[in-house]
Write a protein that binds this ligand. Structure first.
Ligand code: AMP
Ligand code: GLY
Length: 423
C-alpha cells in the first residue's frame, strides 16, 4: 500500500516509524514531515492544513490510505474531501471531529448520554457569562474554555473570580483567540489525577490503548506555563482495568453509540482526556486524533499492525477485535528550545543524536527539526522526543534520561521529573 501521513511533529514521527514496520507498506509519504520523518518517508512540502493540496497529492500519487496526525485538517473536513475523492482516510469526518472542534458540542453530547463530566453552561453573551461566574464562584472555582479550536490555548483554569472574569473579557470582548473564543463553556473545576485514554474505533466498537499520563506544564513539579506537552509515561499504576472499563462503559461507548445514531459515526482515534477522582473518571475533553506526546510512548509498545488497523477503520472492514500491546513501560521526555513555550530561537545545530540513537531501549522521535547540509537543526519549540523503554517505569525513565544527556543544543531544556512520583 501507498501511504500518505499528514503532519510533521513527534507524533507523526512515531506513526511513521510504526507504519514503516508493516509489510503492507510499499511507499510512505509525509506532508510536510520533519528531519526525523525524512529518514523513513519521502517528505513533500505540503502544509498539514492545505486540504485541497493534500487531496490532489493523494489522487495524483495513487495513495491507498491517508493517516492524519493533527486535528486542524480533520476539523476542516480533510477526511470528507478524501472520501469524496475515493481515497480512504484514517481520521474522523468534519461532523465527527466536532467532538474536538467545539467544546460546547462535546459537553452537550456528554450531557445527552449522561456521561460523567463537570457541570457546565455555554455562553454567547459576556454579561451572562459574568453573571454565571459570580454565582458559581460562591460554590466552586470554574474553568473558562473557548468553544472553538484554539491549539491548546483556549482553557483557563481559574483560582479566583477575577481570573475567570479576565478570561471572559479576553475571549469574548477582546477577541483574544478570534472566532474560537466568541462562545465560551464555563464548567466547575475538577480535582484528581488526569489520564489520556485513547481508543481506536470503527464507529461501533472501541479498542482501548493503555492509559497515558502527560505533563503539560513547562517546569518540574508542574510549575510554569502550559505547553503542548513536556513528556509522558505509560503504564499508569492507578489506571486499573476496572477504571478503564468504567471509562469505556460510562463515557467512550455511549459517545460512540450516540455519534452513530446521529448519522455521524466517529471513526479513527477517540482520545478522552479524563480526570479521575475517587476511582470515578470524568471527561475533561475529547481529541479527534492521536495525542502528542502520548503516541510516542504508545507506538513503541503496540504489537498490532497499525497500517492494517488504520486501513480497516478507513475502509469499513471490521477485522480487529483488540489491540495488542507489549506489557512494558515507556517514558517520553521532550527536549525543548530555550524560552519555549514563549519566544525561542531556531536554526541551532543539534549534537549527539547518533550516539543517543545507538543506546539500547531508546527511540528518538523528532518534533521541530530540519536538515540543512547534513546537519540537523532546531526548527520549533518542542524539538525532540526521547523515549526510553524498560520492564519497569524506573528502567524506562533511566533509559530516556540517559539518552537525553547525550544530546545538546543551545538553550535546550527539559523536565527532569517525567514518570517520577508515580503514586
Ligand atoms: P481541555 O483542553 O479541555 O482538556 O483542557 C486542558 C487542560 O485544562 C486539561 O488537561 C486540564 O489540565 C485542565 N482542565 C480542563 N477542564 C478542567 C476542569 N473542569 N477542572 C480542572 N482542570 C481542567
Ligand atoms: N497530549 C495532549 C494532546 O495531544 O492534546
Amino acid at each position: 500500500m501507498r501511504i500518505l501521513l499528514v503532519g510533521g511533529g513527534g507524533r507523526e514521527h512515531a506513526l511513521a516509524w510504526k507504519l514503516r514496520q508493516s509489510h503492507h507498506c510499499d511507499a510512505l509519504y509525509a506532508a510536510p514531515g520533519n528531519a526525523g520523518i525524512a529518514q523513513l518517508a519521502e517528505c513533500v512540502p505540503i502544509a498539514a492544513s492545505a486540504v485541497a493540496d493534500l487531496v490532489q497529492f493523494a489522487r495524483q500519487n495513487a495513495i491507498d490510505l491517508v493517516v492524519v496526525g493533527p486535528e486542524s485538517p480533520l476539523i476542516a473536513g480533510l477526511a470528507d474531501a478524501l472520501h469524496e475523492a475515493g481515497v480512504p482516510c484514517f481520521g474522523p469526518t468534519r461532523a465527527a471531529a466536532q467532538l474536538e472542534g467545539s467544546k460546547a458540542f462535546a459537553k452537550q453530547l456528554l450531557a445527552d448520554v449522561g456521561a460523567p463530566t463537570a457541570p457546565f453552561a455555554v455562553f454567547d453573551d459576556a454579561d451572562q457569562a459574568r453573571a454565571y461566574l459570580r454565582k458559581q464562584f460562591t460554590q466552586h472555582p470554574c474553568v473558562v474554555k473557548a468553544d472553538g479550536e484554539a491549539l491548546g490555548k483556549g482553557v483557563f483554569v481559574c483560582d479566583t473570580l477575577g481570573d475567570a472574569l479576565d478570561a471572559v473579557e479576553f475571549l469574548m470582548e477582546q477577541g483574544g483567540l478570534g472566532a474560537a473564543g466568541k462562545r465560551v463553556v464555563i464548567e466547575d473545576r475538577l480535582h484528581g489525577r488526569e489520564m489520556s485514554l485513547l481508543c481506536l474505533t470503527d464507529g461501533e466498537r472501541a479498542l482501548p490503548m493503555p492509559p497515558v499520563r502527560d505533563y503539560k506544564r513547562a517546569f518540574d513539579g508542574d510549575r510554569g506555563p502550559n505547553t503542548g506537552g513536556m513528556g509522558c509515561y505509560t503504564p499508569l499504576p492507578d489506571a486499573t482495568p476496572a477504571l478503564v472499563e468504567t471509562a469505556l462503559r460510562q463515557i467512550v461507548r455511549p459517545v460512540i453509540r450516540e455519534m452513530a445514531q446521529r448519522g455521524t459515526p466517529y471513526r479513527g482515534v477517540l482520545y478522552a482526556g479524563l480526570m479521575v477522582h475517587d476511582a470515578q473518571p470524568y471527561t475533561l475533553e475529547f481529541n479527534c486524533r492521536f495525542g502528542d506526546p502520548e503516541t510516542q510512548v504508545l507506538m513503541p509498545l503496540l504489537q498490532s499492525d497499525l497500517l492494517e488497523l488504520a486501513h480497516g477503520v478507513a475502509t469499513g472492514a471490521r477485522n480487529a477485535t483488540a489491540l495488542a500491546f507489549e506489557s512494558r513501560a515507556a517514558v517520553c521526555v521532550v527536549l525543548a528550545s530555550g524560552g519555549y513555550p514563549g519566544a525561542y530561537r531556531t536554526g541551532l545545530p543539534i549534537e549527539g543524536l547518533d550516539a543517543a540513537a545507538k543506546l539500547p531501549d531508546t527511540l528518538i522521535f523528532h518534533a521541530g527539526t530540519r536538515a540543512e547540509n547534513g546537519q540537523i537543526l532546531t526548527s520549533g519549540g518542542r524539538v525532540l522526543n526521547i523515549v526510553g523503554l524498560g520492564d519497569t517505569l524506573d528502567e524506562a525513565r533511566h533509559n530516556a534520561y540517559r539518552a537525553a544527556e547525550h544530546i545538546h543544543f543551545d538553550g535546550m531544556h527539559y523536565r527532569r521529573d517525567i514518570g517520577e512520583s508515580v503514586l
